[in-house]
Design a protein around this ligand. Sequence first.
Ligand SMILES: Nc1nc2c(ncn2[C@@H]2O[C@H](COP(=O)(O)OP(=O)(O)OP(=O)(O)O)[C@@H](O)[C@H]2O)c(=O)[nH]1
Length: 308
Amino acid sequence: MSETTGFRCGFACLVGRPNTGKSTLTNALVGQKVAIASSRPQTTRHTIRGIVHRPDAQLVLVDTPGLHKPRTLLGERLNDLVLTTLGEVDVVGMCLPADEKTGPGDRFLAREIARVRSRSTFAIVTKADLVGKARMVERLVSVQRLGEEIGIEWDEIVPVSAKTGFQVDLLADLLVARLPEGPPLYPEGELTDQPEEVLVAELIREAALEGVREELPHSIAVVVEEMGLREDRPPDRPLLDIHANLYVERPSQKAIIIGTKGRRLVEVGTKARQQIEALLGTPVYLDLYVKVAKDWQRDPKQLRRLGF
Ligand SMILES: Nc1nc2c(ncn2[C@@H]2O[C@H](COP(=O)(O)OP(=O)(O)OP(=O)(O)O)[C@@H](O)[C@H]2O)c(=O)[nH]1
């Protein structure tokens, strides 16, 4: 036995239909905002890892895009990404909201999980604060049944609320218990291994989608072209320059983003800048361009360039 005896380190992946609370739960477990939560489906495009540091363990959380039936090339890529991720982690946690019934989307996902299942599989009943005791009991029974129907033996079924913190620590304990023994993989203090550019791009995308999600559901991609501290600034007054391109698929969408007399784009820029400053703790100069990349969701070359 080595000096690391008793210390556990490994990976867990939260999966679930869009909007089931994966990002919020990741944040609650990690204790700081790392993934971008929103009230709209499918905002998490990249695999964002949050790292839970504990005296006895290091739990690396992988947050994935919602697994769904693919309709575009982008959809297929995302699903491949999720399945590859699932095969590599120690625990898969399927998130099922307490206030919703098991649906076809859940069955599709559970079947996928059953296919790649290698190690531990949890059913995490999220948003526990939204239901009373009786409904929770019903929900737990239905989750158990889903497992039986698909052929997954849940290693744990855990109700949690990321909002109130209910059983979040318990969930962390249960996840940690399933990790292999081993030394920590990441230095303490590290909360995510996503490059800052990716987080910044997500924040800009979020700001750009605000209020126009119905019109522009999945048609926006953001690429940070350049990011760096401006030279010749006094050390106590740093300024981070960010140049980013916001891609849409059609000129009409460009017009929506920019708004009358460019007003909307200014608002998007301001909102995104404030969020980035809050995340990185540095004043930011954000230079944002809107570009049309026709049908980027269906074009492999463009997808690659946009980071998918
Ligand atoms: N009441 C309540 N709401 C929650 C809880 N967890 C998440 N939510 C809400 O549910 C919505 C979706 O949460 P997200 O964490 O963005 O869900 P997600 O599964 O990561 O969504 P995608 O990124 O679209 O896959 C947000 O409006 C959250 O505020 C919870 O424990 N209780």
